[in-house]
Design a protein around this ligand. Structure first.
Ligand code: MG
Length: 224
């Protein structure tokens, strides 16, 4: 026998966020969007679990785009600079945001990072959010596009279990497709799960390791 207990508002400790805090974040996100628009910069918020391949896909984007476009990257991570060190090797400007204990970036942190960049000299900014499929969904940053990177190694249920992050996604990249068979994961089912939650999202099969599908993701994001 199974009983389901659903958490009600005000019941969960520490998880229910003040609506005023979320409203303030949305306001700053709109300011960021306005600033970026004024400078004609396209910004992509890259979200996904730890190990799904966010940094890898950004590295491949940077390699493909950096000769024709002026690209910068904002890296979110709790305490390390592992990912920003990787990006810096590609010769583009990168700002590291260390969130300490926070499980997501917020618009105010991104506002601070934007102040560190010379926006007159940029066309595209990729923002790697903290590795998490839950928290970043509630905190828009002001980016024009939202990309969610998932990996078949996360199992068959990661989409249906995390609907909120997919609702706001423009593009979903399913990474590590070369491992679908050994992981016993049906990629078509993952695609269907995304489409059920968000019929407008563009879903692209990717292998960062084998450099497959990267151009398709870029064109889905509007960088054709
Ligand atoms: Mg990373």
């Amino acid at each position: 026998m199974r009983k389901v207990v659903t958490a009600k508002e005000g019941v969960i400790f520490d998880v229910e966020l003040e609506e005023s805090l979320l409203a303030e974040n949305r306001k700053i996100a709109l300011d960021n969007r306005e600033t970026l628009k004024k400078h004609n910069i396209t910004t992509v918020d890259v979200m996904g679990s730890i190990g799904s391949g966010k940094t890898s896909i950004i590295e491949l984007f940077v390699e493909k785009l950096k000769d024709g476009k002026r690209v910068a990257v904002i890296e979110g991570d709790l305490t390390t600079t592992i990912d920003s060190d990787r990006i810096a090797k590609h010769g583009v400007e990168v700002i590291q945001i260390n969130t300490g204990k926070e499980c997501h970036l917020d618009a105010n942190l991104v506002k601070g990072a934007l102040e560190e960049l010379n926006l007159n000299n940029l066309d595209i900014i990729f923002i790697e959010n903290v590795g998490n499929l839950i928290c970043p969904a509630e905190f828009p940053l002001g980016s024009e596009k939202r990309l969610v990177v998932i990996s078949v190694t996360e199992g068959p249920y990661m989409v249906v279990k995390h609907p909120f992050i997919f609702m706001e996604a423009d593009v979903v990249a399913i990474n590590k497709i070369e491992l679908a068979e050994p992981m016993d994961v049906n990629v078509s089912n993952l695609e269907k799960d995304v489409k059920k939650i968000n019929p407008k999202a563009k879903v692209v099969r990717v292998s960062c390791k084998k450099k497959v599908g990267i151009d398709k993701v870029l064109s889905a994001l509007g960088f054709a």
